[in-house]
Design a protein around this ligand. Structure first.
Ligand SMILES: NC(=O)c1ccc[n+]([C@@H]2O[C@H](COP(=O)([O-])OP(=O)(O)OC[C@H]3O[C@@H](n4cnc5c(N)ncnc54)[C@H](O)[C@@H]3O)[C@@H](O)[C@H]2O)c1
Length: 409
């Protein structure tokens, strides 16, 4: 077998490539973002993640290479973005189609092309096979297509890469087994093989399941607020039931997965989806709901100056530096609509200023903000709870002890 070419070195492609390389596979990682490739070639990581530096050092020792151009080989794993189209809610397949097309320009005859990006059910049939066939390749002979979706969670990627189970969908059991062999180099979890469409559906369904369950918790938070009840106590009690496991409410859902993938089902099955669409709307409505709560807390405490308000946390979850689709960004978007300026924003994980009002110094943020809205439960805040006393707090992550001026969702 030739080198394994990882195409797309973002949050998924990079750790995956490093994991393969550290476990004895000859890996080259390719990305069309030239500065990203140069950073990696200069032996610097492109994002922060627990355990990634150690894995990077090991992969470098084992000879991983990074390239701006695709090389000719017989195996590729594609990890490029797969957003949804805002109007139709269907998958935006152009990045993955373009990556496959570029692979076809260089690959060896009989190459295996695995799409690891999350794709809507039927994407390989609808978008990839036609492109491959138009180029004169015979699928199953000149080229083999497969789908191996990824389940890792940012913040615990390295552990989960090794320990999660995986799904591999391929056109034939032989190809599925071959790919399973590659992943077995590091994956201690079960590796289930199936057909391509079931693999595509399974990943999207997993994230949709999470979205619906989060929406349920969020809806409970709203009901409890109206009734003056503590939603966390309620969930705690209900979860004592042996077959109940309600998740925690929060300020909304962000990131590149849960807030995106359920839309694929909404876009493709508009006449069937009810719960899935409702859940998306509940979760997408949470930033507005938090803004509403902020308004009433400000009124109750006679705060009229927005520059006395601070948003803690910009990322979509705790202890990562990924901002994509985060509830805080969604809130700031809404504020723009209402011409609100001057709010303070702080996130210890985001070292560059990405939004208006962002402050890099935590002491300054605390000093300026009389009312703090906790939107992300970073460990950093858990380690600095003492600075919050005397503040008015809206704690959307339930990490702060109940107090006179501590409001919960
Ligand atoms: N981030 C997550 O937590 C997560 C988890 C599971 C699955 N996924 C899925 O994995 C896929 C990748 O997500 P991500 O978060 O790593 O995205 P990302 O934006 O962090 O990285 C994608 C990379 O692909 C590169 N790229 C785009 N087109 C290319 C091409 N033709 N050739 C070479 N490089 C190209 C981009 O420059 C970028 O660096 C998506 O489908 C996503 O849904 C993400």
């Amino acid at each position: 077998m030739g080198k394994l070419n990882i195409v797309g070195l973002g949050y998924i492609g990079l750790p995956t490539g490093l994991m393969f390389a550290s476990n004895g596979i000859d890996v080259v990682g390719t990305d069309l973002n030239e500065s990203l490739v140069e950073t990696l070639q200069n032996k610097k990581l492109t994002f922060e993640e627990k355990g990634l530096q150690k894995l990077f050092d090991k992969a470098l020792e084992c000879g991983i290479e990074f390239s701006k151009k695709l090389i000719k080989t017989d195996r590729y794993i594609i990890t490029v973005p797969t957003p949804y189209i805002k109007e139709s809610k269907k998958i935006e397949a152009k990045y993955v189609v373009s990556a496959v097309s570029q692979v076809l320009d260089v690959c060896e005859k009989g190459a295996v092309v695995v799409i690891e990006s999350t794709i809507s059910p039927g994407t390989i049939d609808k978008f990839i096979r036609p492109v491959v066939e138009e180029r004169g390749f015979i699928i199953g002979k000149d080229i083999h297509l497969a789908h191996a979706p990824e389940r890792i969670i940012p913040g615990n990627m390295v552990f989960e890469l090794e320990n999660n189970s995986r799904t591999i969908g391929a056109d034939s059991p032989e190809i599925a087994e071959k790919i399973k062999g590659w992943y077995k180099s590091f994956c201690k979890g079960d590796i289930v093989t199936t057909n391509i469409k079931t693999a595509e559906m399974s990943k999207v369904v997993e994230n949709t399941f999470r979205d619906i369950n989060i929406a349920f918790a969020n809806e409970l938070a709203k009901i409890c607020d109206r009734e003056g009840m503590n939603v966390y106590e309620l969930i705690n009690i209900a979860n004592k039931h042996p077959r109940v496991n309600i998740l925690q409410p929060g300020p909304g859902v962000g990131g590149h997965c849960i807030s995106v993938d359920p839309w694929f089902l909404v876009g493709d099955y508009p006449d069937i989806v009810n719960i899935i669409l409702a859940a998306r709307n509940v979760n997408d409505g949470m930033p507005d709901y938090v803004i509403g709560r902020m308004g009433s807390i400000m009124k109750e405490n006679n705060i009229t100056d927005i520059s006395e308000v601070g948003l803690y946390g910009l990322t979509y979850k705790e202890n990562v530096d990924d901002l994509r689709e985060s509830p805080t960004l969604q809130m700031l978007e809404r504020f723009k609509k209402y011409f609100v300026k001057g709010i303070n924003v702080y996130d210890p994980m985001v070292k560059e200023n990405k939004v208006c009002g962002q402050i890099q110094n935590f002491d300054e943020f605390i000093e300026k903000s009389k009312f703090i809205v906790v939107l992300v439960g970073h460990q950093h805040l858990k380690d600095n709870m003492n600075v919050l006393k005397d503040k008015i707090i809206l704690d959307t992550r339930n990490i702060i002890e109940v107090g006179e001026k501590v409001y919960k969702l």
